[in-house]
Design a protein around this ligand. Sequence first.
Ligand SMILES: NC(=O)c1ccc[n+]([C@@H]2O[C@H](COP(=O)([O-])OP(=O)(O)OC[C@H]3O[C@@H](n4cnc5c(N)ncnc54)[C@H](OP(=O)(O)O)[C@@H]3O)[C@@H](O)[C@H]2O)c1
Length: 259
Amino acid sequence: MDLGIKGRSAIVCGASAGLGRATATSLAREGVSVVIAARTPERLEQAAREIAAETGAQVRAVAADVTTDAGRAALLEACPAPDILVNNAGGPPPGDFRSWDRETWIKAIDANMLSAIFLIQATIDGMIERKFGRVVNITSHMVKQPAAILGLSNGARAGLTGFVGGLAREVARHNVTLNNVLPGQFDTDRLRSNHQRFAAASGGDVDAFRERQKSQIPARRFGDPSEFGDACAFLCGAKAGFITGQNILLDGGAFPGTM
Ligand SMILES: NC(=O)c1ccc[n+]([C@@H]2O[C@H](COP(=O)([O-])OP(=O)(O)OC[C@H]3O[C@@H](n4cnc5c(N)ncnc54)[C@H](OP(=O)(O)O)[C@@H]3O)[C@@H](O)[C@H]2O)c1
């Protein structure tokens, strides 16, 4: 399917690895010029070279921490008027809420709520004027099915989810959509390091832990990041203009409800 976005421009945050990189690759494959951001320059530049070689699209790397004003400014300088914005940053660490002080909370809120809101604020009026805009926020299945150990993520992402729900209805008439995509367990660096941490905490073997995790997913496997990237690219497509304000769970059937 041609998504109808060839020649469009995109900012994809957190895109040197994992779900962000996969989303940038899927968009580039559609002929979108992408600006990708992450904090570690070498890995980011390598990702940009590899995505460009694989897709033939223009891919620019901007080393930036999206939680900072300076990082977001650098990104917007490279791409001041994106048609597509994909918000993503690392998830906060798991833990016990009793040990989280104000600074810990502010870090999580900066990464998983405010960085996305400020990038939306900086880009959405241009999208409205041009009568085309697609915003996708990468959040988490924890928004629907929260676990206490990931309370920092649950809290911050719920804030972003509420904000997006309101704004999406206000801008829909301009062909500007905002959606959140909620990953379940996708096989990325982050998932592997979380599994290592959880297995170590329970004194068990990481491979056995991962097999148990898979056995609890109806699809009996972890998601492939490319499946995630393709779903996000579809939401960024011209044909997805009637989908807005949604929280779309990609989890291999793990959420045990109908809605
Ligand atoms: N994978 C899953 O199964 C899963 C499930 C639920 C939720 N999630 C959430 O989905 C998001 C992506 O996960 P992932 O598995 O793709 O993670 P990942 O493999 O660790 O990749 C994260 C990417 O984001 C970049 N990044 C992190 N913090 C950043 C920042 N402040 N500014 C700019 N770039 C930043 C990283 O590069 P640098 O470190 O160099 O900046 C890297 O490119 C995370 O928020 C995660 O919590 C993932």
